[in-house]
Design a protein around this ligand. Structure first.
Ligand code: GLC
Length: 542
């Protein structure tokens, strides 16, 4: 039995380990006031839709006051709302309405850095001896540390004649968490929102929070580009800039604050390979963050073997009482449909897997429609990152399959085939609508029983009905035909079998199953003890 730190009993299977998450990028979801930018009342108007799909938890990317230089990931005031998104009243109304529907809401906490316009930074920068002088990381001379986005992360401020450190972009100065007052101030912000009833937080670049207190130089590395399992890049190991022991400890402190309010979800954006990032969940006591993203899977290969190995790894690193997260897209990375070459049959199979494995599925808005990345020129990008790389030819990034221009994965949600895809009544939307919107949109797909949207809806429904899918263990099946993946999910006497065919031709083989719960393509069959899986077919059986 689990207890929170007040000594209250928690249910042995917390809600945040069996939930399903839908990520909303507020700027692009729904515009209620015709300014071309999505907003909080817009999300409120679309709750019916999200609920009808069957998702339980909304994670909303930041909507706090911000100069929007990194579209909300540069916060200038953590307890007020950016005017284009609404007001604190709108946020409270959204929290209330989500709860009235029995759903949950998770905010995006950017704790590593603030905006350069935050009052804390303004004060810190003003002199070397003001009360907030050491709230950020200041040095007389830079050391060799490189920022995540390339180039030195040290930036000169003439007011102090010193350099401040920014892990990400120059307008996002890192806070100094070695100063207890900073930690306190940020945990007060966390409490502010917990007091207002939110159900948890997604934690932006959580593994960057602490940097080496002695500012030791990072060692050399042969790596040019970061990967999901190793942040080393630009020819240096990120030894003193990420995954510091104090960050693992801070995960525990963060959890303790959340626990004061009951069962709250905390999901960390971290990187560094499963073994390292698993440490953010705490030791065997399971007293750190409640979930972490393990982004290696964003670069999935569409083969049964790839997913068998992935599941094996997840089961090893996140065995009970931990829980893996299955995520294939977000607002920074390529959309999964683009990784699948736009093939809807493959997308339906991928999401069947995502919604039936042991783990919390996290789906980025528009994934349920099969939205793909737009192709937009770097020169006119709103995202600041491509501007750093505008002299490198586009094909280099395409070959590396990197979404350098994140505008391409943030285009407005496609609601219907009308003007601006039903996203906004404005003459111009903040980013252009993807040109496939006449074909790929909610209204079209609602009417097609075989659409990706309706597939996901059915799967979420089944997941809600079958306890084995929500809470059960997972056992991989062996001796299946080439490119077929199979596993069972079980709890007590209840057991379901999931079979997925990653190839475009039929596969016939024996099975123990006796009945079909879900048939992805309709063309697969169970005949006595033999199952026939259609090309890219999948079945959930008992
Ligand atoms: C995270 C966010 C990304 C943002 C960056 C800096 O990676 O997901 O969108 O730009 O942190 O906050």
């Amino acid at each position: 039995m689990l207890y929170n730190n007040k000594g209250d009993k928690l249910t042995s299977f917390p809600w945040f380990h069996k939930t399903t998450i839908y990520q909303i990028y507020p700027r692009s979801f729904h515009d209620s006031n015709g300014d071309g930018i999505g907003d909080l009342p817009g999300i409120l108007q679309k709750l019916d839709y999200i609920q009808s799909l069957g998702f339980e938890t909304l994670w909303i990317s930041p909507f706090f006051a911000s100069p929007q230089a990194d579209f909300g990931y540069d916060i200038s005031d953590y307890t007020s709302i950016a005017p284009e998104y609404g007001t604190v009243q709108d946020a409270l109304a959204l929290i209330e309405e989500v709860h009235r529907r029995g759903m949950k809401i998770v905010l995006d906490m950017v704790m590593n850095h603030t905006s350069i316009e935050h009052a804390w930074f303004q004060e810190s920068r003003s002199s070397r001896d003001n009360p907030k002088a050491d709230w950020y990381l200041w040095r007389d001379q830079p050391n060799n540390w490189m920022s995540v986005t390339g180039g030195s992360g040290w930036h000169y401020a003439k007011e102090r004649g010193q350099y401040f450190w920014a892990s990400f972009l120059p307008f996002q100065p890192d806070l100094n968490y070695h100063n207890p007052k900073v930690k306190q101030a940020m945990l007060d912000v966390v409490r502010f929102w917990l007091d207002r009833g939110v159900d948890g937080f997604r934690l932006d670049i959580f593994n960057y929070i602490f940097k080496d207190a002695g500012f030791r130089d990072n060692p050399f590395s042969f790596k040019l580009l970061p990967s999901e399992d190793d942040s080393s890049s630009f020819f240096q190991q990120a030894k003193y800039t990420v995954n510091q022991p104090e960050s693992f400890e801070f995960a525990r402190e963060f959890r303790a604050v959340c626990d004061e309010y009951g069962e709250k979800l905390s999901i960390g954006e971290v990187s560094g390979g499963s073994q390292t990032i698993r440490r953010f969940l705490g030791g065997e006591e399971n007293d750190g963050l409640t979930l972490v993203f393990d982004f290696g899977m964003m670069n999935f290969k569409f083969t049964a073997n790839y997913f068998r190995n992935l599941i094996r790894e997840m089961e090893l690193q996140y065995r009970s009482p931990f829980m893996p997260v299955y995520v294939f897209s977000n607002h920074d990375k390529r959309r999964s449909m683009s990784n699948l070459g736009g093939d809807v049959r493959k997308a339906r199979l991928l999401h069947t897997l995502q919604l039936t494995v042991r783990g919390v599925p996290c789906m980025y808005y528009g994934e349920e429609l099969g939205m793909t990345d737009a192709r937009l020129p770097f020169k006119t990008a709103l995202d600041p990152i491509p501007h750093k790389y505008k002299y490198i030819p586009r094909f280099v990034f395409d070959t590396l399959r990197l979404a350098i221009n994140r505008d391409e994965v943030r285009t407005p949600m496609q609601w219907d085939g009308e003007r601006n895809a039903g996203f906004s009544m404005a003459n111009q939307t903040w980013l252009p609508v993807h040109n496939d919107y006449k074909r790929v949109n909610v209204e079209e797909e609602q009417q097609d029983a075989q659409s990706l949207l309706n597939t996901i809806r059915s799967l979420l429904k089944i997941r809600g009905q079958e306890r084995a899918l929500e809470e059960g263990d997972l056992i991989l099946l062996d001796e299946l035909p080439e490119n077929v993946l199979g596993y069972t999910r079980g709890i007590e006497e209840e057991r379901v079998i999931i079979l997925l065919n990653f190839e475009d031709h039929e596969k016939r083989f024996p099975t123990d199953a006796t009945g079909v719960v879900f048939n992805l393509t309709g063309a697969s069959r169970l005949n006595g003890k033999m199952v026939t899986l259609a090309g890219y077919g999948a079945m959930i059986m008992k």
